[in-house]
Design a binder for this molecule. Structure first.
Ligand code: PDD
Length: 288
């Protein structure tokens, strides 16, 4: 079952008009929210980021946080799987094709939920491969916009060579992955690029930095040069669907020892513990 414009209906029955501005212009924003044991993870943070994206494209939020929470809980209840990932998508609605914003047009709201599988154990044990590419996206990458063509093309470069992800470099510095955030480990220090308009402020990125701070893991938030990426001891990828993954091959060169590193192992365990705490009942704090 999916949610479309006020109704819960089967996916096969869900259609939108061709003049939807999401279809015509990619004029909309989205969120991907994992739910563990049927509880949305870090919901308040995801809804705050959604608000930031909506503000970024000047679209009014159709719901309060309490309404979002209620809708998502209903959708999770109607779908299979204890662990699911919710994809929610808001566009500027259906209107005659014109770049300018339409007046008095209701937004299109679409939400679906699919089973969320943990990353394959073999991949966590061996590590994944990545390639690098020049980040040629726009300069509002902090907005989670549905117009993902540059990300699609960049990610496909990785898929073409059987790699997991494309790591993006802009003006000589790391930004993020085509669909993930990237950290490196250098001399036992976890390094994260600073949030800016050039990357998506990842919810998993925040969790990893909070876990590092709470557990005495040395970490720094600063610009990371391409040279530093290439001589990193470890490279870590994070996203809501992939959690934390080790990257052990970059552009066909081994990263560090070529095996998942110690800091990955530590953060991965801390992340699983943190998820377990969430499942035992952390309130999302968004009842208003
Ligand atoms: N993408 N950067 C980009 C460009 C992303 O698309 C994503 C996630 C992230 C990680 O953010 P988070 O930790 O909040 O998932 C960073 C989602 C999963 C997607 O588009 O499917």
């Amino acid at each position: 079952m999916i949610y479309l414009n006020g109704k819960f209906i089967p996916l096969e029955e869900a259609y939108i008009p061709v003049l939807d501005r999401g279809f015509i212009f990619g004029d909309g924003v989205y969120e991907v929210i994992p739910a563990y044991s049927r509880k949305p993870f870090r919901l308040e943070e995801h809804l705050n980021r959604l608000q930031h994206s909506l503000d970024g494209i000047r679209l009014k939020n159709p719901f309060s946080n309490a309404e979002w929470k209620n809708l998502l809980e209903q959708l999770i209840a109607k779908n299979n799987g204890e662990d699911q990932y919710i994809y929610l998508h808001i566009t500027r609605g259906v209107a005659k094709r014109d770049h300018a914003f339409p007046v008095n047009v209701p937004p299109t709201v679409f939400i679906m939920s699919n089973p969320l599988l943990p990353p394959p154990v073999e991949l966590l044990a061996s590590g994944a491969s990545a390639i690098t590419a020049i980040d040629n996206r726009w300069i509002r990458c902090d907005v989670k916009a549905i117009s993902l063509l540059p990300n699609v093309l960049l990610r496909q470069l990785a898929v073409d060579v059987h790699a997991l992800e494309t790591i993006l470099i802009r003006d000589g510095f790391l930004t993020e992955g085509a669909a993930s955030n990237i950290f490196i480990v250098s001399n036992n220090v976890l390094l994260a690029p600073p949030k800016s308009h050039l990357m998506l402020p990842g919810i998993t990125y925040d969790v990893v930095l909070e876990l590092a701070a709470a557990n005495g893991i040395p970490h720094e938030i600063r610009q990371i040069s391409e040279h530093e990426i290439r001589k990193a001891d470890e490279i870590l990828l994070t996203s809501s669907t992939k959690e934390i993954m080790p990257i052990t091959l970059l552009d066909n060169q081994a990263v560090g020892s070529g095996r998942p590193g110690e800091l990955f192992a530590r953060l991965h365990t801390l992340y699983q513990d943190y998820k377990a705490t969430h499942m035992r009942g952390r309130s999302c704090g968004c009842d208003n």
